[in-house]
Write a protein that binds this ligand. Structure first.
Ligand SMILES: NC(=O)C1=CN([C@@H]2O[C@H](COP(=O)(O)OP(=O)(O)OC[C@H]3O[C@@H](n4cnc5c(N)ncnc54)[C@H](O)[C@@H]3O)[C@@H](O)[C@H]2O)C=CC1
Ligand SMILES: O=C([O-])CC(=O)C(=O)O
Length: 412
C-alpha cells in the first residue's frame, strides 16, 4: 500500500519506537514500514465512514454493493447499465459457510456477508430450517449464490470447498448467567461442528463465535488435533466485538470521530479476561485514572449490558454480526493477497505463558502471519495488574475446554 504521508513508523525488530511483530511460525522477526493513516484504516473493519460514501474497494458496503443497491432506484440507472453490471461482478470467489445461520447472529451476519463482492457462495447451515432465510437473502442482487442446508445429514455438503467457516451456533445467555454457564450445551455443539469441518474442509479458516469463546476455541483446537488436521494459524476466536465496543466507547467519551479510534483488546472474551489496552489507543489519547477504570469496566461488561437490556431475549446479535462480518472481511482480504490486514483475535499463542490468548495479529493467505507482541510492552501499572489478574481465569477456561474433548474423544 503506498504511503500517503511523510510520517512513517516501522514495526519489527529494527524499530526503536514502533511495534514489534513476532512470527507465529517461529521464523525470525521481520520489519515493515507503513504510515499511521493506513495502519488505522486497516483496523476500521467494515470501514463504516469510508464505506458509506463508497470509497472502499473491498468492504461489504463497498463500491460494488452500493452501486448494485443504488441501481435499483436510480432514475438514470439505464444509462449506466453496462458500467454498473461491470461493477456488480464479483471481485473474488470465496466460499463462506455460516453454521447456526438461522439464529440471532446468523441472520444479520448472512446479510452482511451477502453484500461482499469477495464472496461467490454463501452456505447457510442450521439444525433449524434455514430455507426461508436463504430464500429471503437470495433475492438481494449481490454477486453471491446462497444455499441452505438443514440438519446433520446436510452438513458435509454445506462445508465442501469452503474457505471460511463461521460458527455462531449455540445458546446465548440470559440475565444472571455467565458465558461459562453456556459451556455444557455449547461445548458439544462446537465439538460436533468442528469435527465436520475437520472432515470436509480442513484447510478453511475457522471463526468461533459460540460462547464461552475462552473454552470453545481450545475445544476446536483439540478436535482438530485429534483429527490430525490442526493448523493453529487458521483457528480464530472472534473477539472483534470487544474491539468494536472499545473503539465506540472511547470515541464517545473523548469526542473523537469513530472511524479514527483503534483500541487493542487482549486476553480472552469474558469479564475480566477482556482487557482493553487504553494506553495503546490510536490516535494517542490521555485518560484520567477514573476514565480508565470506567471505560475498562464498561468494555468488560458490555455483553452483560446487552443481555440485561434484552431481558431474557438473548445477547448481542446485531453488533456481533457487524463485528463478525468485519472479521470475515479481513480474512477474505488476507486470503485475497492484501498484505495490510490486522485484527485482534483469540488464538493459540506464545505471547504469554497461556496457550491461547487474544492479541493483535497480522492476517495473511495462510492465516495468522504474525503476532504483534509490542502491544504487551510498556503497559501501565493498571493494565499490568489487570493482565496478571485475568490469567488464572483464562487458564482455567482453557483447561476446561481441553479436558472436555480429552474425556470424549472425537469420532474417527
Ligand atoms: N464471540 C462473541 O463476541 C459473541 C458470542 N455470542 C455467542 O454466539 C452464540 C449464538 O448467539 P445467538 O445467535 O444470539 O443465538 P440464537 O439462539 O439466536 O442462535 C443460535 C442458532 O444456532 C443454532 N444451533 C443450535 N445448535 C446447533 C447445531 N448443533 N448446529 C447448527 N446450528 C445450531 C440454533 O438453531 C440457532 O438458530 C451464543 O453462544 C452467544 O453466547 C454472542 C455475542 C457475542
Ligand atoms: O455477553 C454475551 O453473552 C454475548 C457476548 O459474548 C458479548 O456480547 O460479548
Amino acid at each position: 500500500m503506498a504511503a500517503t504521508s511523510a510520517t512513517t513508523f516501522s514495526i519489527g525488530s529494527t524499530a526503536s519506537a514502533g511495534s514489534k511483530v513476532s512470527q507465529v511460525t517461529q521464523s525470525k522477526a521481520f520489519s515493515i514500514n507503513f504510515n499511521p493513516k493506513n495502519y488505522l484504516r486497516s483496523f476500521c473493519g467494515l470501514k463504516a465512514v469510508n464505506s458509506v460514501i463508497c470509497e472502499s474497494e473491498s468492504s461489504f458496503f463497498g463500491t460494488e454493493s452500493s452501486i448494485a443497491l443504488n441501481r435499483s432506484y436510480s432514475t438514470k440507472a439505464q444509462k449506466h447499465t453496462d458500467r454498473s453490471y461491470r461493477y456488480v461482478q464479483p471481485r473474488a470467489s470465496y466460499k463462506v459457510a455460516i453454521l447456526g445461520a438461522g439464529g440471532g447472529i446468523g441472520q444479520p451476519l448472512a446479510l452482511l456477508i451477502k453484500m461482499s463482492p469477495l464472496v461467490s457462495a454463501l452456505n447457510l447451515y442450521d439444525i433449524a430450517n434455514v430455507k426461508g432465510v436463504a430464500a429471503d437473502l437470495s433475492h438481494c442482487n449481490t454477486p453471491s449464490q446462497v444455499a441452505d442446508f438443514t440438519g446433520a445429514s446436510e452438513l458435509a455438503n454445506c462445508l465442501k470447498d469452503v474457505n471460511v467457516v463461521v460458527i455462531p451456533a449455540g445458546v446465548p445467555r440470559k440475565p444472571g448467567m455467565t458465558r461459562d454457564d453456556l459451556f455444557n450445551i455449547n461445548a458439544n455443539i462446537v465439538k460436533t461442528l468442528v469435527e465436520a469441518v475437520a472432515d470436509n474442509c480442513p484447510d478453511a479458516f475457522i471463526h468461533i463465535i459460540s460462547n464461552p469463546v475462552n473454552s470453545t476455541v481450545p475445544i476446536a483446537a483439540e478436535v482438530l488435533k485429534q483429527k490430525g488436521v490442526y493448523d493453529p494459524k487458521k483457528l480464530f476466536g472472534v473477539t472483534t466485538l470487544d474491539v468494536v465496543r472499545a473503539n465506540t466507547f472511547v470515541a464517545q467519551k473523548k469526542n473523537l470521530k469513530l472511524i479514527d479510534v483503534d483500541v487493542p483488546v487482549i486476553g480472552g472474551h469474558a469479564g475480566i479476561t477482556i482487557l482493553p489496552l487504553l494506553s495503546k489507543t490510536k490516535p494517542a489519547v490521555t485518560f484520567t485514572d477514573e476514565e480508565v477504570e470506567e471505560l475498562t469496566v464498561r468494555i468488560q461488561n458490555a455483553g452483560t449490558e446487552v443481555v440485561e437490556a434484552k431481558a431474557g431475549a438473548g445477547s448481542a446479535t446485531l453488533s456481533m454480526a457487524y463485528a463478525a462480518a468485519r472479521f470475515v472481511e479481513s480474512s477474505l482480504r488476507a486470503l485475497d493477497g492484501d498484505s495490510d490486514v490486522y485484527e485482534c483475535s483469540y488464538i493459540q499463542s506464545e505471547l504469554t505463558e497461556l496457550p491461547f490468548f487474544a492479541s493483535r495479529i497480522k492476517l495473511g493467505k495462510n492465516g495468522v502471519e504474525a503476532v504483534i507482541s509490542s502491544e504487551l510492552q510498556g503497559l501501565t501499572e493498571y493494565e499490568q495488574k489487570a493482565l496478571d489478574a485475568l490469567k488464572p481465569e483464562l487458564k482455567a477456561s482453557i483447561e476446561k475446554g481441553v479436558a472436555f474433548v480429552q474425556k470424549q474423544p472425537v469420532t474417527a
